[in-house]
Write a protein that binds this ligand. Sequence first.
Ligand SMILES: Nc1nc2c(ncn2[C@@H]2O[C@H](COP(=O)(O)OP(=O)(O)OP(=O)(O)O)[C@@H](O)[C@H]2O)c(=O)[nH]1
Ligand SMILES: [Mg+2]
Length: 452
Amino acid sequence: MGLSRDSVGIKSVDLGLEIKKRSKTDKVIALAGNPNVGKSTVFNQLTGMNQHTGNWPGKTVANAQGYCSDGSQGYVMVDIPGCYSLMAHSAEEEVARDFICFENPDAVVVVCDATCLERNLNLVLQVLEASPHAVVCVNLMDEAKKKKISLRLDLLEERLGVPVAGTAARSKKGLDQLYSGLKRCLEEKEEGMERPVLICYPEYIEEAITKLTPVVENISDINVNTRWLCARLLDSNENLMGAVKKYLKPVAESKEVRACLEELRREWKDRGIDQEKISDDMASAFVKKAEYLCTGVVIYENQTYNRKDRKLDWLFTSKITGFPIMFLVLLCIFWLTITGANYPSQFLSKVLFGLEDWLARTADWAGVPAVISNLLIHGVYRVLAWVVSVMLPPMAIFFPLFTLLEDFGYLPRVAFNLDRCFKRCSACGKQALTMCQRKSMLFSDRKRPFFS
Ligand SMILES: Nc1nc2c(ncn2[C@@H]2O[C@H](COP(=O)(O)OP(=O)(O)OP(=O)(O)O)[C@@H](O)[C@H]2O)c(=O)[nH]1
Ligand SMILES: [Mg+2]
């Protein structure tokens, strides 16, 4: 089976999670954030569940729910796929965007990577524009400390106007702060506290939002933030417009909204402003704000802390060296898995099949009826012996090697290298890693006939 749009697209991941509350008072909390920042680790620590975690982006591809409580308030936590922006460039990002923007969670926890906060704040600002009831969870604080990066989270909280909690989820640190942040956020929501507008667009866009707002507000039954919706309608991102058609049909079909948008675009055209400029100006408003928010918040004690990482990035992802190194490393791993697995496999099959003969003789001697010994020993036991001797050795070799690559930080670089190739088949580079795992198992299985 090859890759098809259906097998890799939105249909493959949008399994339509139905949120089930344990009690009526439970609050639904979305755990959002860039890929690989520790969302699932936070989720597992809070809920005691076992979502897949690992050091490469794109592990979580569909929403998952779990339950937790801070003693007084119950929560339904929803672990959603990682996304860099709400403008969704992949199927998993669409799942995340749709849940944050259109499924109305009671609050959103935006998990960030403390070692590269500025890049993560771009998504924080986008989420805060769409859903102002949010808590920022700055995770990987232990990694930031190792890299000698200090963070003034109190200042960040003051600037953002929402609770900020610093965590090291892997070692369960800071989760109490996260709970108290959530509590504060929900209390403020109940009090109807207004949040200040964080993103100010250039004047011509602000004027357009002011004109469009009353037209959109006239449509009833809209459960999303009006300013965010107006800005997105003006940005007219094709992917997001698809979601607006799906979730906000009255807006998508409103003649008044369409007429107002057409008029605004005509005015812009007369002033020489095209759609590309609007999108660029909107995107740069977020980037500039993130830059401002980080000034004085992120303090690098060692300015050259990432020099080694940058050199490795160049070596492993540049056009000249990136692909040859990647092919060599993956080839080496596949070779070790496939060839190396033969020896333990042969040993295991010798031992296990030797045991089968012994078991059969013992059953004969004990007078077990042939029909039972055939079923149990030559049936169940033999299949089990084949499965163990064929599957166990490649797994025992491949997974530790893969874990080494993961700990070394090479896997995200493989995802980056392969992103362009995978995009051509409607997928994205992150999926390469799952494919590597599957292919390796498949090749090593094919080398040995499963049944003799
Ligand atoms: N050192 C350290 N590592 C962490 C921490 N939290 C998570 N990790 C590690 O970071 C990696 C990514 O964690 P995940 O929970 O899988 O990240 P995610 O955001 O769910 O990733 P995607 O689902 O791919 O978007 C894993 O190897 C975790 O063990 C932390 O606080 N400190
Ligand atoms: Mg995850």
